[in-house]
Design a protein around this ligand. Structure first.
Ligand SMILES: [Zn+2]
Length: 139
């Protein structure tokens, strides 16, 4: 068997370049997405190398969705977006994770599908840490 290279499992440098850990929840880990064109954008990654939501036993799936709702409520409290968009792709990264992307009326990509990584606003550690803390406080 080949070596598994999954940055969600490794939680190493690649993951640190993509996100800042906010908190470990019951079935998943919440990260602030460093690219913050949509203020408050996060990634929720399942704790375990599972490819799809359909692979989870019922109880774990419920826990994962409870985490998703908890994260979304915290983003709503911290950033007050007009809508949160959700997406689970994983075409090239077969580890269950959801993008939680707050959208703001008349702002970037409102009414549109959000880009995977628009590479416009990349937060450094200090700013990213503050944004992560803002969500952590209301989790
Ligand atoms: Zn993985």
């Amino acid at each position: 068997m080949g070596e598994i290279r999954c940055h969600y499992c490794e939680k190493g440098e690649i993951m640190a370049a993509v996100g800042i850990e906010i908190a470990e929840l019951s079935a998943s880990t919440l990260y602030l997405f460093r690219e913050q064109s949509h203020p408050g954008r996060c990634i929720l990654a399942y704790n375990g190398h599972v490819g799809d939501i359909t692979d989870l036993p019922d109880e774990r799936r419920r826990q994962f969705f409870d985490d998703l709702v908890r994260a979304a409520r915290a983003i709503q409290k911290a950033y007050n977006p007009d809508k949160i968009n959700y997406a689970a792709f994983g075409d090239k990264m077969p580890h269950l994770h959801f993008h939680l992307t707050p959208k703001y009326r008349d702002a970037f990509e409102w009414g549109d599908v959000f880009a995977m990584n628009p590479k416009r606003i990349e937060l450094a550690d200090a700013e990213g840490g503050e944004a992560a803390e803002k969500i952590r406080r209301v989790l």
